[in-house]
Design a protein around this ligand. Sequence first.
Ligand code: ARG
Length: 562
Amino acid sequence: MNNKDTFITDLAVILKEHLTEEQIESVIEIPKDSSMGDLAFPAFQLAKVMRKAPHLIANDIAASLSSNHYAQIEAVGPYVNVKLIRSEASTQIIKHIFEAQNHYGENNLGQDGNMIIDMSSPNIAKPMSMGHLRSTVIGNAIANLASKSHYNPIKINYLGDWGTQFGKLIVAYQLWGDPKVVEQNPVTELVRLYVHFHEVAIEQPELEEQARQVFLRLEQGDEELLSLWKWFREESLKEFQRIYELLDVSFDSYNGEAFFNDKMDPVIEELNEKGLTEESEGATIVDLDEYDLPPALIKKSDGATLYVTRDLAAAKYRYEKYDFDKAIYVVGNEQRVHFQQLKAVLGKMGYDWAQDIIHVPFGLITKDGKKLSTRKGDVVLLEDVLNEAIELALEQIEAKNPDLKDKEQVARQVGVGAVIFHDLKNERINSFDFNLDEIVRFEGETGPYVQYSYARAMRVLRLADMDVTSFDYQLQDDYSWEIIKKLSQYGSTIERAMREYEPSVIAKYVLQLSQLFNKFYANVRILEKDDQLPARLALVKATSIVIKDALALLGVHAPHEM
Ligand code: ARG
């Protein structure tokens, strides 16, 4: 329990006839200028309920709370201002962090319910794009936030391993492919074949028809085609796995689109039985006019199923298997309508859990102002981007700390961490352009800057070489007080990030914490041998625990030295 909570509880006791704890919490402000106090409760809302002037209410509240062990409380106009007693507040918060360790900041939003996270989900026989990187790292951070909020996260990689493109790929392979070349460089070769197919199909449109036929035979279970498909899938997956290892992300399931191939007929039947389907130009659709959405295309005129059909089957399967409280889909904003349709159709089918399906969209990544595309073969390979980031990190380590042990490993954590952090620090819905040199810098609003702050804290603790479990905290300076206040906000920050599915809230928080720590480091002689040394070290240690934990939430490692 921190001081803000104590204040809220105290207020709730005297205001219980007028406002709930939640209402109180939602109006409490943290004044920008600390001289105005540390917390402020405005009485405007109460004035309406109590039909009394706000400044009079503020006066009454201040009088009945009076000042106590943790704070000085006074009325200033319509506000009740709270000035926390620094030594008391600081001791409490630091004790709390030491006791809780990596449980510090937890909440119980999830109440042990299951949260499905559909994430990453790259397409077989195509390179993993920057968009899939976004989905992977945002999804992973949401899964970490979920654990911290007492949800049980289930990470599902819904591989794009089915669809008409496999008809094209198989035709291309049968015409121009060579197994040895595919084995050497699977994704590159499969993309080459796919691109070549489109080039040739401009001159020979009959290839398109051939590909449609091949895909239909594949859907019907043709042995030879299936084994080709399986092989493409395995080879691609091996390449993806290398990237997941670099990112240190794992999944609980790889059930992709193909897994639902035999689970679609029952869904289509159910749709028919419930009278939801219509024929339209030979195709089967579900009309969604009442939702102001285009109709959901369930089956093409040639009988082939579609993306939304597979997603319907997948959603039902997941609900039956996991009985989820929330099903999160971390997928680019360009698929917004698709997920609206998915929810709408499930709603029409009468499933009330449709409301627990949540699309968590994100913006596009461009490199040097250009959109990345795979169709024309003009791609930025994610693995190359990550490896280049690692190289840049290594260069900086060589320049700054050439004697560092495990240089390669640290460079990996810093390079990859830089890319992840950059992805997560902007609100996810925003599009952004990236420039590796800026991302991997050790200064500025970067992942390496935060990691560097952590390593700096660890170095101070190593140099001090002193046990800091017991201390009497009497620090009064503004530098440490700003840190303490920030540390006390960790829990509410996590809650907000979880409610909004917004990892950037954590990234911004840990950047600010690092900045405050570096100010403290620059202005206070931490290692001075006076009687406040243990208190200062305790603050450094508490800060390091929270920086490390926040980075871990984002999926970024915190090396001890760099
Ligand atoms: N494979 C798809 C793509 O790359 C993303 C799949 C997202 N998940 C889903 N359940 N539809 O566009």
